[in-house]
Design a protein around this ligand. Structure first.
Ligand code: A3P
Ligand code: MG
Length: 271
């Protein structure tokens, strides 16, 4: 008799399949040029996903996650992160996010890019799926070390005076303005940017849960601009009031945190 697959691994494997299908639906909707409303009970049968990703299903579950029970888990889903960019045709920025938290902490997650193109032997493939699992690592792509100079990635469509103040204080060699929390964390993981900074409120739990899970599985860190972790329990407020600060390793995170002006931290903590 084979041993049962631990719940977290099963959930992550299903999330990979769900994200792949969701990505296909996003592409189909875009190519038809219409956003329909699906009534409850009228979901097309090909939207129902029953398969699970075989590679993820065979991952070894770390001992710390083996005994996790259903009531300890909250899943945060953003079916279309980078919405403004989606409507404006910046399709590479769009992601499907599924974040799995256990006892308020993101431990596993999926970032799917529906419009990522690969050409293999002349054959074009659309979409790629990146996953992370605490204590195991990440898959679906090849991580790269951070750039040599300080490159910040930040919002393209939701900036304000506070966000700009934070950016100025970084004195970065370059600021990249792109859409979506998922895409910005991928830029960190692929060595395109060093730090993700959004020094104001606006992001929600469903924007940061999967990116935080994937980033931390790769050794990175995502917090608010005070350096505190967000909690992902079901009763937590949806809004990440005190901004986002993320980096691919602890040193870069501490460095960026030290550069955020106290005045800005105080303003955020009083909110
Ligand atoms: N001022 C604002 N108003 C509404 N949503 C905001 C916001 N600032 C940030 N967000 C949220 O943060 C996510 C990432 O923002 P950005 O792409 O600007 O970095 C967005 O996800 P969506 O694109 O899924 O709506 C959006 O939910
Ligand atoms: Mg979003």
């Amino acid at each position: 008799m084979s041993t049962p697959v631990p719940l977290i691994v099963k959930l992550l494997a299903s999330s990979v399949s769900v994200a792949n299908r969701a990505g296909k639906i996003v592409r189909d909707v875009m190519s038809k040029g219409e956003l329909g409303i699906v009534e409850k009970g009228d979901v097309p049968s090909d939207w129902i996903v029953i398969d699970t990703d075989k590679d993820v299903l065979s991952l070894e579950c770390p001992s710390s996650l083996q005994g996790v029970k259903e009531e300890d888990i909250v899943v945060w889903v953003d079916p279309l992160d980078g919405t403004s960019e989606y409507t404006q045709g910046f399709l590479e920025h769009v992601t499907v996010l599924i974040g799995i938290s256990v006892n308020e902490k993101p431990v596993a997650g999926v970032i799917h890019q529906p419009y990522y193109k690969t050409i293999n032997g002349g054959e074009k493939k659309m979409g790629r799926t990146i996953w992370g699992l605490q204590g195991v690592g990440v898959g679906g792509f090849t991580p790269a070390p951070p750039p040599d100079s300080l490159i910040i990635t930040t919002t393209r469509s939701h900036s304000n005076a506070l966000a700009e103040k934070g950016l100025q204080a970084m004195n970065a060699s370059q600021v990249l303005r792109v859409g979506g929390a998922g895409y910005k964390v991928l830029q960190l993981l692929e060595g395109i940017a060093s730090v993700y900074l959004f020094a104001t409120s606006g992001c929600k739990k469903w924007d940061t849960c999967a990116p935080e899970a994937v980033l931390s599985a790769a050794g990175g860190k995502l917090t608010d601009i005070l350096g505190n972790y967000y909690k992902y329990g079901a009763s937590e407020q949806r809004l990440n009031k005190t901004g986002v600060l993320a980096a691919v390793n602890n040193d870069l995170h501490s460095y960026a945190l030290s550069k955020i002006p106290e005045e800005l931290k105080e303003l955020q903590s009083k909110k």
